[in-house]
Design a protein around this ligand. Structure first.
Ligand code: NAP
Length: 243
């Protein structure tokens, strides 16, 4: 698929990996819908750092736990910039939920944002992609899906569900649309991550380091430029999944 001037929607594009991915798609000539929830300042910085005039791109706020907000987000994106050709489901929540203290509210929060939202976003853009004969969806999953972390079971379950959703969407939207996932290992530590946990991430990998945003960005670029890969999950984890 030729990416030049096509529209890409990146969720959670005001910070960290989402911001890095959005900047790369801009460098590839795409027009960006920069979605954010609370990070308005970061999202504005993303737009300012994209190549070309700011009017080529669009800033949209939405709480993706609200399905009506997802429908409105895609409506606004397509009315203002045109049909979405690339969707990167990046936004997610990651926080500890130990088995014996996790609440129903925490479960619903994580599963809704990390799994339900990508489903309804894909539904909202997928039909148009299929009828236009092209489109790509990339879902950010996680290295933890095969060996879930015991203190993060709702998160790991949401990402395991997203792996299944990725494969199912690839089937449902074929042959026009390619749907793939990227499974990062530890790439950017959460700001409040304990040193001990990070040490464990490094030790439990083959390459003995955490990754960089650029490692994920390169994987996104590959999946967008390949027209013969669909329904797969690409681990970008320094070998953590096979350690
Ligand atoms: N970083 C890593 O090492 C790593 C490892 C494995 C997998 N991943 C996956 O890669 C992706 C990006 O990771 P990251 O570390 O860059 O994420 P992050 O820093 O935790 O950012 C989370 C993003 O989700 C958005 N978000 C949170 N709640 C939302 C809501 N209710 N509605 C809409 N958006 C919401 C945030 O938007 P606002 O800031 O605008 O509120 C933010 O952009 C995630 O899917 C994550 O699970 C990351």
């Amino acid at each position: 698929m030729d990416l030049e001037n096509k529209v890409a929607l990146v969720t959670g594009a005001g910070v960290r990996l989402g911001q890095a991915v959005a900047l790369k798609l801009g460098q590839l000539g795409m027009r960006l819908v920069i979605h954010y929830h609370h990070s308005e300042k970061g999202a504005k910085q993303t737009i300012q750092n994209l190549p070309g005039k700011e009017s080529r791109h669009l800033l949209l706020q939405a709480d993706l736990k609200d399905i009506s907000a997802i429908i409105e987000l895609v409506k606004q994106a397509e009315e203002q910039l045109g049909p979405v050709s690339v969707l990167v489901n990046n936004a997610a929540e990651f926080f500890p939920t130990p088995l014996f203290s996790a609440t129903e509210e925490e479960w619903d929060h994580i599963l809704t944002l990390n799994l339900k939202a990508p489903f309804f976003l894909s539904q909202a853009v997928g039909e148009g992609m299929k009828s236009r004969g092209e489109g790509k969806i990339i879902n950010m999953v996680d290295v933890s899906t095969d060996r879930p972390w015991t203190s993060f079971l709702p998160y790991c379950s949401s990402k395991a569900g997203l792996v299944s959703l990725t494969k199912g969407l690839a089937r449902a939207l074929s042959p026009e649309v390619q749907v793939n996932g990227i499974a990062p290992g530890t790439v950017l530590a959460p700001p409040d991550h304990a040193d001990l946990d990070l040490t464990t991430s490094v030790e439990n990998s083959l390459l003995k380091r955490i990754g960089k945003a650029e490692d994920i960005v390169q994987a996104v670029e590959y999946l967008l430029q390949s027209d013969f890969v669909t329904g797969t999950i690409l681990p970008v984890d320094g070998g953590r999944s096979v350690y």
